[in-house]
Design a protein around this ligand. Sequence first.
Ligand code: RIB
Length: 451
Amino acid sequence: MLVPKMALVAALMAVLGAGCGDSGSDGSVMQVVVDGDGAFDDVKAVLYLLEQPDVEVLAITMSGTGIAHCPTAAENMSAVLERIGAPSIPVACGRTTPLAGNNEAPEMWRTATDTLSGVDLPDPRPLAGIAAPALLAETISSSDGVVLVALGPLTNVAEAVEADPQLVERIEMIYLMGGAVDVQGNVLYANPAAEFNIWADPHAAAIVFSTDVPITLVPLDATNAVPVTPYLYEAVAAHRDVSAVSQFTADYLEATLLVGGLYHWDELAAVVATDESVATIEDRKLAVVEEGGAQAGATIETADGRPVRVAVDADRQAFEDRFYAAIIGTSDTGLPAWEPDASLTWNGSTCSYQGPDSFPERLIVQINNLGADAMAMITGTYAPGTTTDDLEAFRASNNPETPDWWTQRTLIAVPTGAHDVWVVEGGPETTALCFLDNTRIWEITGPRLPD
Ligand code: RIB
């Protein structure tokens, strides 16, 4: 089909308390509780926090309503802690259904996430023996104050603060990966306005938003600036022997096929929790849309919304330097100031391409969608004898079917606000198109149609 199917890309006041968002600048240790959902980026965010000398991770809870299943998500996290020789940290899982509604990630994605890419893991340490909300409550209430790094749907957190509303007095800040404020969401198959963590349990998010707890949201607006790239895979691989953390991360990345559409979602939230200078933060007033079933989960700006500190952008280089220095165990990361082979930019009125004129066997392309419409980069081949007349006839027909003169190989759908980096297989016979709709198609590289 020449029509984008939005198929593959699943693809969150003031700073209170010493050290919050700037850990250790005064020699203090920031006490952190992590609530996540067991995805690849949650694991890397935890590894980052564990590598911070001025951070103490007190407990890790996993949501059963996110991208992985419970208890597998908690067992995997516990096995990762065992593999890297981390100190003893209690790990627990939460309920497996959202507090309201039945939004759920496709089972195929959940099962795939459960395997953690098949990376080699030892037997997990025993789990905490209590449910996630109870572990959250026990840990937070017995602390002098914690920073909560929330990396998944907010089911566990909502349950804990509903059961004991005074808990929020001991939460200095929630750094929350979730939401999409000025950009499109990433639940393209159900609600393109929503980001996954909020969409998966909108009522839980609304409960947390209804409390007075300070929230710094690290939404897609900021995470869109920090794509996962092959350059970073290579840098970690080159440092695999530095530590148990670098070795595990290298194995993990090697086992995880990187095609594109992945961002450092949770890693950015963890880094912002320890160093806010990597993000641009604005005060906004937000509400969570709860109504509408699958259409729920958007985070909207509204005059009577609750105050939220929102990371609206991120400094990619500063983030990469800080995050990968921790993973690799040296500030000498050898990270390249990477430049993709090509860039494709939709600015709302035209598609512009910079890169090789003929498609190489493998093209690393950054696709920037600065417009208000979803767009796609499509690759394929023209049938012999196809001319621009065929393309003009297709434009005029408004036919959604793939024309018989086009054999499609790849469709990369890119939401608004995204700066995806994709690795695309090609070759000199491959043509790439920038596609908005039938009437807005640009040939960008590879063989062009003759008149
Ligand atoms: O939308 C991105 C979020 O969804 C991340 O937290 C990722 O781990 C997935 O759960």
